[in-house]
Structures are given as C-alpha cells and as structure tokens.
Design a binder for this molecule. Sequence first.
Ligand code: FES
Ligand SMILES: [Fe+2]
Length: 334
Amino acid sequence: MYIKNTWYAAALSKEISRELFPRTIVNEKIVMYRTQSNQVVALEDRCAHRQVPLSRGRLIGDELQCWYHGLRFDCSGQCVSIPSQATIPAAARVRKFPAVEKFGIVWLWIGSPEQADELLIPDHWVCSAPDLAGEMSYCPIHCNYLFGIDNILDISHAAFVHEKTLGSHDVVGTTPEIIIQDDEIRVRRSIRREKTPPMYMKMLQLDYIDRVQDVIYWPIGNTRVETKAHACDDPNGIAFHVYTTTIFTPATDTSSHVFVGMHRDFDVDNQAFTEFTTKQVIATVLEDKEVAESLQENWSPTAPMCDIQLDRAAFEARRILEKKGANAALRAAV
Ligand code: FES
Ligand SMILES: [Fe+2]
C-alpha cells in the first residue's frame, strides 16, 4: 500500500513539453503535457470510453483527443466532445491530478485533490539555488522504491559498488551518528584525513581531505547527501559544499523513477565541469541501478536475512513510512 496524499516527483520540468508524456506513478497511469500557456496538466492515461492510453492520442489546442474514437478531454479531464453524438454522458471524464512545478521538478498529488497543499512540496532548494551549479537527471530503475531508499541510507556500499567513482574505504570505517528529528533522518559521518575519492579528486584537486557527510532522508522518497570538505587539518580554510539530491518515486511495485543531480558552490560558472559532474552522477546511479535491480530479481520475501548495525537508518525510514500508512516493512518490498 502506498501513501497517496502526498506530492510525488513525477518528471523534471524539462521533460514535459507539448508532446504527450506518459508516466506511471504509484501504479497510476498518467499522461502529462503543457498547455499553450505553459501550464503542466496531468490526466489519467486511460480513456473514459474504452481504456486505451490517451497518451497515444494528440493535442488539439489544450484538449486531448483520444486516438481511437476521437473523444476529446479538456485540462480538467472533462470530455467536451464526442464526434459521433451531441450529448456527453456524465461518466465521460478522466481523473485530473494536481500538478505543480517547483525546483525544476513536476510534482503530482495522487490522493484527494482537495488535500493538495503546495506548502507540503518537499524542499529541494538546492535544485534551484542561484548560487549553486548543477543539473538534475532522470533514471528509471526496475526495483521497488524502498530498495533505493535503503541504498542511500547505508552509504558504506560506496566503497564496493562505487569503487571507481565515489569509493572510499574511510566511509566504511567511520561509525555514523544517526540523528532523527520528526520525520527526518540524518546519517552523519565526520571523516578525517580521508584519501580523496576519485570523483572528488577531480573536483577538489586535493590528495587528502577532511569532510563531514550528512545523508538526509525524509518521506516519501526524498534524499540529499550534503558534503562539506576542506583541505586536511585546515578547518578554517575554504570549505567546498557538494549536495547530491536523489528522489525516489514508486512507479509500480517493482519499478521506480529516480531523479538525481549534484550541485556545488564552487567553480559555478564552469559549465564543462557541470557536465562532467552530471556524467559522474549518472555513472554512479547506473552502478546503484545494477545492484538494486539484481537484488529485486533475487528477492524472496520468505528467504532468511540477517541485519547489520548500518541497517538502522533504513529501518528508521521504513518505520516513518509505516507510521504514515505505507506498507514498508522489510518484507514489504516485493
Ligand atoms: S477508447 Fe477513447 S474514444 Fe473510444
Ligand atoms: Fe550508491
């Protein structure tokens, strides 16, 4: 069971145009498009007549015309025209989902529209901060979204899965502090004299660094890794801040949408560098994708599993989700 009365990241703003754009969010088939005045519309991607995907139809102005018998729906989901008859039956409408663009992301509210409150949109301020440089990307992953959250909340996997990109054995060797405040989990590691991981090496040009890394999670699938690094033994020297945002949105029970990007507060005018870090982030996500998808393929809800101490943050995240009404017990990810 999924939490419905919440905002889900459904697309990057740059993905939505005047082309019909289908995407499944928490098992709901949705079609998105922009109106002529640039507003994002999200409707159920299932014609009210015979259920064919409306995303296979076409836009006539701001109205969506089904490709089968030509019924037309306006931006509210109401059928406004049936070519073969003058009257429109009351049932001729499709669901409309509240849609808001914020931080360069399209957010959809899947539950009761009257409860959709824009103030509840997750605060991904780094994605649109004017003094930071970076870019968000999209990656589909064939696994349950809970496996994605588990992955981020135990970042010790970086030493093994991300050997060539983020890998740092100093992260594995550092015991994290777990700070829980309301529905937010923060996993903090303070690492001294760390051999600079390959990706940070290219950014910082320092062989060894001191850094504080906070992995932050809040419902439903919002995460940000905040890294503050500086030259070793120079706590008052220039600090470099790097923010890696990863947002997981359930698609189906065994597939998810991942929105990911790295933003930094140095060398912000260097577009070539932004392209480089974006490629690196995508390479990292593809490494996570490979391990998460093989986990999903291997998953048996009845197979025995042992727990380790670093699982605690992921358990806390699942506890928060369960408290909010999701089916998020360890065995729930099927
Ligand atoms: S199925 Fe859409 S118009 Fe008939
Ligand atoms: Fe990872």
